[in-house]
Design a protein around this ligand. Structure first.
Ligand code: GLC
Length: 458
């Protein structure tokens, strides 16, 4: 379908085709991305290279993956996407699936996401108190905290925040131990009695949840608001850490790939990516994430449409001020626009909703723009994942490696083509890896409960 649409556009206007050209990556370009990712992984793990690497390769202190025998009840908090979530997770080996959970989402106002630390952590604890009271929970529960930002971990329950990403910016927390900040906020709410036992990145949580059901899972992948991956690395390859035996999960923080001195994505980044970066909350940072994550795809589309409008290729002769408003094209629109076929009636209704002209020519162009942007996102993500898989396969000296990837995130789950393009790219670039993608709901948060459970098992 994608090809037909693209050729319809070319038939309508070759200039559109020209503007979308930088989004059509060749196999060579994807292989270049894969090679560069591997190089940065190597640097990030080494003692000397770690300072220059854009991919930080953060040790998580998770040496263990679940075995399905976990027991007990845990609270899990999940901070990192658009909502804050609280879960009560009960592991019960006898029941189907091995666990039960209830959860509740709470919104985080923009002024809290970009305010002061005390306000943010008090808000979190406030939501936890509401949850406990709604669920009538009075027992003292151990708590696992899914915190989806880069942290330098010193242990499972000590995590120094390195910087904020996505839509968060709470400067007075940077350089502080976020577990401690949470404990202090709990103490301020005197009626609460909770024991924070572990912090985990969402990638780690997702890997742990998938591994709970499928022991072959050694990679966690997130493609939602942002993007990131983690995987199990042999200790002997983590040069920057002492100790040679066993393995540890590494939170790659691959969203930062392409930032800084290395310019690893210099040949791929185009004028629209640069604009989105400049307009973002953290300019110059998270370059790879800004080409893949759901928070940014709509902004890329919007910048392309504005450019097409200026060139007179779309929305001809009509004032379209709405197109200049910030964040007007949401990623969920992309999913809807790209699912459409025939007369593109969904595209029509979205354009109408946005107050934009919606003639058939405009609809076709808008759809082609969305397709090009999300296809590149899925391919770039696939090239990164292929780098991780190939590194693991070569380290294990296997001719063929079977691997399960635990995956979570709205883009992977809800977008009509993203997951398929990602899978096709991985199959092409890492042909010696047989990959199974394990998608599960709420897995990143439940995984923090599993990490918490691991502290009880040892
Ligand atoms: C951002 C965060 C990272 C997280 C990812 C997905 O890249 O820095 O920690 O895993 O988003 O939520």
């Amino acid at each position: 379908m994608a090809m037909n649409m693209t050729s319809r556009v070319a038939a309508l206007n070759p200039e559109v085709e020209q503007i979308l050209k930088p989004f059509k990556l060749s196999r060579e370009e994807l292989m270049l991305v894969m090679r560069r990712m591997r190089k940065e992984m190597e640097m990030g793990l080494s003692r000397k290279g770690q300072k220059e690497a854009s991919v930080r390769m953060l040790p998580t202190f998770v040496h263990y993956r679940p075995d399905g025998k976990e027991k007990g009840s845990f609270l899990a908090l999940d901070l990192g996407g658009t909502n804050f979530r609280v879960l009560l997770v009960r592991f019960c080996p006898q029941t189907e699936g091995g666990m039960k959970h209830v959860n509740q989402s709470y919104s985080i106002p923009q002024e809290v996401m970009q305010g002061r630390g005390k306000q943010l952590f008090d808000h979190i604890v406030d939501c936890v108190a509401k949850f406990l009271s709604n669920q009538k929970i009075t027992e003292r529960l151990p708590l696992g905290f899914t915190f989806s930002f880069p942290c330098k971990q010193i242990s499972l329950d000590q995590a120094i925040l390195l910087n904020w990403t996505k839509g968060f910016s709470v400067p007075d927390c940077v350089g502080k131990d976020v577990v401690q900040l949470l404990r202090e906020a709990i103490q301020r709410r005197q009626e609460l009695d909770l024991e924070v036992v572990a912090l985990a990145n969402d990638t780690v949580g997702t890997m742990m949840s998938a591994a709970f059901q499928d022991p072959k899972c050694e990679i966690g992948l997130i493609v939602g608001t942002g993007t990131n991956a983690c995987y199990m690395e042999q200790m002997k390859n983590i040069e920057k850490l002492d100790g040679d035996s066993g393995e540890m999960c590494i939170n790659m923080e691959w969203g930062a790939f392409g930032q800084g001195e290395q310019h690893s994505l210099a040949e791929i980044v185009n004028e629209f990516d640069k604009l989105v970066d400049q307009q973002s909350l953290h300019p110059g940072k998270q370059i790879y994430e800004k080409m893949i994550g759901g928070k940014f795809l709509g902004a890329i589309v919007q910048n392309i449409l504005l450019n097409l409008k200026e060139k007179g290729c779309i929305f001809r002769g009509i004032q379209t001020h709405t197109l200049e408003q910030e964040n007007i094209i949401r990623t969920k629109f992309l999913s809807k626009i790209e699912s459409d076929s025939g007369d593109l009636l969904h595209v029509k209704s979205i354009l109408e909703e946005l107050g934009l002209p919606c003639g058939i020519e405009d609809r076709v162009v808008v759809q082609a723009v969305c397709l090009a942007v999300s296809q590149r996102a899925a391919q770039l993500c696939g090239a990164g994942l292929a780098a991780v898989l190939e590194r693991m396969r070569e380290n294990r000296q296997m001719d063929l490696m079977k691997m399960t990837v635990g995956v979570e995130g709205s883009l992977y789950k809800l977008h009509p083509h993203f997951s398929q393009i990602l899978k096709d790219t991985v199959k092409d670039l890492a042909a010696k890896c047989e990959v199974h993608f394990h998608l599960s709901e709420d897995s990143s948060a439940m995984g923090a409960a599993l990490v918490a459970a691991s502290t009880r098992a040892s």
